[in-house]
Design a protein around this ligand. Structure first.
Ligand code: ADP
Ligand code: ADP
Length: 235
């Protein structure tokens, strides 16, 4: 069964200056467990809004968002917080805590989840090793390159073992080459850790390499969805 499913989802924003904006219009989409699902499309197509609906950072105007069998649109804030704990999210702007080291940033969600100090130390070391920045554990975010910061963000997002990782790599806080490296790391997260991944990206060449399925968004609608090899098949 699908791990993530959107059924006839519409999302409208009511703005002061621009009236009502329909960011998503009748979206049907399914992501199977174990997939890397890429979302592509021009700026303003609705990609970020779509991903934000999956961890209920936004709420639908109509339709259903079903994650791991649960319809999020029926849940209250308390249950949504529980659902969010099973979903990791990485952000374009990294959102790291500047006053904490790499170790401290990755340990943070584990502290909140009530892990013991020895458990946290073991888990953080394991995560930093996986993303390849164990040697930067005692650096602060300002001492890291963009690619390194994003690796910390990925380690932090994975800390509590989420089933799903949402990644917005759409705007270029990182250069294309570093973005490609991050996308390849996401592929390893998928294949080696079994995490289902939804990723927004502009790096089309890398999409072919890392994604199983792809949806193309345009003005709030899906204009194509399917296996990456079919969607990108040469005509
Ligand atoms: P993308 O990620 O593809 O660039 P977005 O999902 O960010 O697209 O935005 C889709 C549309 O919805 C855009 O027209 C954008 O201006 C609008 N939008 C997104 N978020 C908001 C918001 N919080 N308030 C008003 N309009 C928004
Ligand atoms: P990456 O392989 O992640 O792209 P870089 O080659 O950009 O890393 O950076 C190499 C080294 O320079 C890293 O050890 C990093 O800590 C340091 N570095 C890169 N950018 C900055 C920066 N803006 N401020 C401080 N140190 C930096």
């Amino acid at each position: 069964r699908p791990l993530i499913e959107l059924r006839n989802v519409t999302k409208a924003f009511h703005t002061a200056g621009r009236g009502t904006i329909t960011a998503l219009d009748g979206i049907d989409l399914t992501v199977d467990a174990g997939d890397v699902f890429a979302i592509i499309g021009y700026s303003g197509a609705g990609k970020s809004t779509l991903v934000r609906l999956v961890n209920a950072l936004e709420h639908v105007t109509s339709g259903q968002v079903i994650v791991d069998g649960t319809d999020l649109t029926t849940l209250g804030e308390r249950r949504l917080r529980e659902v969010r704990r099973g979903i990791g999210m990485i952000f374009q702007q990294f959102n790291l805590l500047r006053s904490r080291t790499v170790f401290g940033n990755v340990a943070y969600p584990l502290k909140i989840a009530g892990w013991s100090k020895p458990e946290i130390e073991k888990r953080v070391a394991e995560l930093l090793k996986f993303v390849g920045i164990l040697d930067r554990a005692w650096h602060y975010p300002d001492q890291l390159s963009g690619g390194q910061k994003q690796r910390v963000g990925i380690a932090r997002a994975l800390a509590t073992n989420p089933k799903i990782l949402l990644a917005d790599e759409s705007t270029s806080a990182l250069d294309p080459e570093t973005t490609a490296d991050v996308l390849r790391l996401l592929k390893r997260v998928n294949t080696e850790l079994g995490v289902t991944i939804m990723v927004i990206t502009h790096e089309m060449e890398v999409v072919r390499e890392i994604a199983d399925r792809v949806a193309v968004l345009d003005s709030g609608r899906i204009i194509e969805q399917g296996d990456v090899l079919d969607v990108f098949a040469d005509p």
